[in-house]
Design a protein around this ligand. Structure first.
Ligand SMILES: Cc1ncc(COP(=O)(O)O)c(C=O)c1O
Length: 363
């Protein structure tokens, strides 16, 4: 199986361009620009002495903290080496033979499903509707007699469109799937930016709903690898049986416990993003021919003008050490699409200036 082209591969770009990793500004992975919280880094330093032991295979302490925050039992949580590990445990454990993916979206669901022999169908939000979540079409598709799905994968808010489905709509979907004895997997990797729509508190109402979360994005720790799945405890036990032992290391566990309690970081991050997103989107919209789609998260999807080629633009930006995510081959999008993270004010200005030059019409 080939690797999908996720964002964030700063090491490859650094090697290819012969520049140090630190000189690359990564707009291709949507990581909180405020950086890893100092509370987490301090916790790592004091946990260093623990590396002489195996990590806690039950992530006991971390599950207590997560459970308190989610308002659920610790038994309803399984921690993984990033949420990607958990995505890959789902198809076989839940015996998913056929799945519906709400797209255009994160490619790892399809990769996990196809890799284990499941059949995959997509239902795409439409560009003409600014990628509004296609709730009615999903419900219609589910009630079609000729189709039967074991699971629906929904990313909320959705990567890369930035659109969010309301909690009421997700619950409507959960109810429809419950009636059909099928699973609903809701990936809330970016929910920290629009928490009112989280369905984690609804898990006891919908036993066939699973909520996937990641600490990677909001806590700026992609290199540490922590994600978790929340759902019925019996399901978590089954998944844990298939998980490799000690897949979550002690430094990541210690850092996560500390960061999750850092309320000041959470408030600063949300406030920063709310303000900067408005500014950033406005500035992008002022560039000639670029269409910017509205976003509830810390990234935006945009369509470059027809007189440009995405390959050329991303290349020119990379030559200035600005990395953006080429989305032109993602199922459900067209060839002019890129996604960019919202970063610090200064970095965003740099990107906008560079992008402005790339999209200028040649006379
Ligand atoms: C929507 C979504 N879910 C899950 C992941 C995986 O995150 P991680 O494995 O770092 O927790 C990503 C990473 O890009 C993502 O965009």
């Amino acid at each position: 199986m080939t690797q999908p082209s996720h964002g964030g591969n700063v090491y490859k770009v650094a090697r290819d361009r012969r520049v140090p990793v630190e000189r690359i500004v990564d707009f291709s992975a949507s990581i909180n620009p405020l950086g890893t919280p100092a509370t987490g880094l301090r916790a790592i330093r004091s946990a260093l002495k623990q590396v002489m032991h195996y990590p806690d295979p039950d992530c006991w302490q971390l599950r207590q903290v997560l459970a308190r925050q989610c308002g659920i039992d610790p038994e309803m949580i399984l921690v993984g080496n990033g949420s990607t590990e958990l995505i890959h445990l789902l198809p076989l454990t839940l015996a998913i033979e056929s799945a519906l993916i709400v797209g255009p979206t994160f490619e790892e669901y399809a990769r996990a499903l196809i890799g284990t022999g499941s059949s995959v169908q997509y239902i795409h939000a439409r560009r003409e509707e600014r990628f509004r979540p296609p709730i009615k079409n999903i419900l219609r598709q589910l009630s079609a007699k000729e189709t039967r799905f074991d699971a629906v994968f929904l990313c909320n808010p959705n990567n890369p469109t930035g659109q969010v489905m309301t909690r009421a709509s997700v619950c409507e979907l959960a109810e429809a799937l419950d009636r059909r004895q099928a699973w609903l997997i809701v990936d809330e990797a970016f929910i920290d930016y629009c928490q009112a729509h989280s369905v984690v508190s609804m898990l006891s109402t919908y036993p066939r709903m699973l909520v996937l979360r990641s600490l990677t994005k909001f806590y700026a720790m992609p290199g540490l690898r922590i994600g978790y799945l929340a759902g019925a405890s019996k399901v978590m036990d089954r998944l844990k049986d298939r998980q490799p032992p000690w897949s979550v290391n002690s430094l990541a566990q210690a850092a996560s416990c500390a960061m999750l309690l850092d309320d000041s970081y959470v408030t600063r991050s949300r406030t920063f993003m709310e303000n900067e997103r408005v500014r950033f989107v406005q500035a992008l919209r002022s560039l000639s021919g670029i269409r910017v789609f509205p976003s509830a998260a810390n990234f935006v999807l945009m369509e470059l003008p027809v007189w440009t080629s995405v390959g050329e633009v991303t290349d020119r930006l990379a030559s200035k050490r600005l990395l953006v995510r080429d989305c032109s081959l993602l199922p459900g999008l067209n060839r002019q699409m890129i996604r960019v993270a919202i970063r610090t004010r200064k970095e965003n200005r740099r990107l906008i200036a560079a992008l402005g030059i790339c999209v200028k019409k040649k006379k």
